[in-house]
Design a protein around this ligand. Structure first.
Ligand code: NAD
Length: 332
């Protein structure tokens, strides 16, 4: 299959490309490189540097590549930054999707589209596990921008007759088994890379709050390995390729269904690294839910998804391998 991957130089997109190429697919990456890395793009994938807002260039590219499926990963994804500068988020995350839909319309693209959404669309859920039909109450402009983008896609798919699946990821983590790509954000706000960095640099990692209503007081999240996320996209594309799904839209959660507390994660990093890690408890961040984990049964039933790489140990081991590569690169 020919896959067109917007945002394929970023963390999750580059892992998708690596896995898709391993499975024999051809990938063309389209990325502004504002946040992504050229070095993260698999050498067998073509890289086009372009902004999603450049509708004409996007349309020409889609037309000439003629993909069997489009994967949209390109967005801004930092909750606190979205609170500080909401319009920047709406511009990129909603405006970018409108530009993509316009480009698809210009070239009459009717094949599947897979969209990276997030569990942030739910806000603080009323019950657990979180299923896709639960109330959507985002608590940040980031979460709102993804929910608006989903709505744009639903409306456009019905009229333009393409099929779309929104995959609402829980916490993406881990790294490719090759050790050559992994999470490389600046600033890094995610727990696992920050714990590993603290261990490698002999610094102290911050844990946000120990007064949540959980067994150890720290908040609980559902950690899904990026290679499992990649696989869920391939399954989603296969599902949408069924002609009976033309013009339809689907939204499902992608998680493991298991929650781990911040301290569970810290202990696992200590176990894998065989070292004690210094941490300090700092005040909770506004809007951090006590516990979030997915109802993973719907992804299993709809697209046959099963998380195979998401044991906490494998997540930490692969992330640690990647961080050693990163350290070695920066030491040169
Ligand atoms: N990381 C997570 O835990 C997580 C969880 C839920 C959802 N998501 C979603 O997954 C997607 C990918 O997240 P990520 O962590 O890989 O982010 P990332 O920042 O690592 O990657 C995003 C990529 O998109 C590119 N990009 C951004 N704006 C662009 C534009 N206007 N035109 C072209 N390229 C552009 C960036 O250069 C970057 O390469 C995002 O849509 C995010 O909202 C991520």
């Amino acid at each position: 299959m020919k896959y067109f991957v917007i945002g394929g130089a970023g963390y999750i997109g580059s892992h998708f490309v690596a896995e898709a190429i391993r499975q024999g697919h051809e990938c063309q990456v389209y990325d502004s490189l504002e946040l992504g890395h050229k070095s993260a793009v698999h050498p067998e994938a073509a890289l086009l540097i372009g902004d999603i807002h450049d509708t004409d260039y996007l349309a020409k590219t889609i037309d000439s590549f003629s993909p069997d499926a489009i994967f949209h990963y390109a967005a801004y994804a930092l909750v606190p930054e979205s609170v500080e500068d909401p319009c920047r988020y709406y511009h990129n995350n909603v405006g970018g999707v409108i530009s993509l839909v316009d480009a698809m319309r210009l070239v009459s693209y009717k094949n599947p589209l897979i969209f990276s959404s997030t569990c942030a669309v739910y806000g603080t859920p009323n019950s657990l596990p979180v299923s896709s039909d639960m109330t959507k109450a985002p608590e940040s402009p980031y979460g709102h921008s993804k929910l608006f983008a989903e709505q744009v896609l639903r409306d456009a798919a019905a009229v333009d007759r393409f099929s779309v699946m929104m995959l609402r990821y829980f916490n993406a983590c881990g790294a490719d088994v090759s050790g050559t790509i992994g999470e490389n954000h600046d600033p890094e706000t995610h727990l696992i890379p920050n714990i590993i960095k603290a261990a490698l640099n002999n610094t102290t990692v911050s844990i946000y709050g120990d007064d949540f209503d959980t067994p150890d007081g720290t908040c609980i999240r559902d950690y899904i390995h990026v290679t499992d996320l990649a696989e869920s996209h391939i399954l989603a594309a296969n599902f949408l390729m069924n002609p009976r799904h033309q013009g339809l839209n689907y939204s499902i959660n992608i998680g493991t269904g298991t929650g781990y507390s911040n301290l569970d994660v810290l202990r696992m990093v200590e176990e894998v690294l065989g070292a004690k890690i210094r941490y300090e408890i700092v005040p909770r961040r506004t809007g951090d839910a006590t516990a979030l984990y997915a109802d993973s049964s719907e992804a299993e039933e709809l697209i046959g998804f099963e998380a195979k790489h998401s044991s906490l140990r494998n997540i930490v081991e692969t992330a640690y391998n990647w961080h050693k590569t990163l350290e070695a690169r920066s030491a040169k």
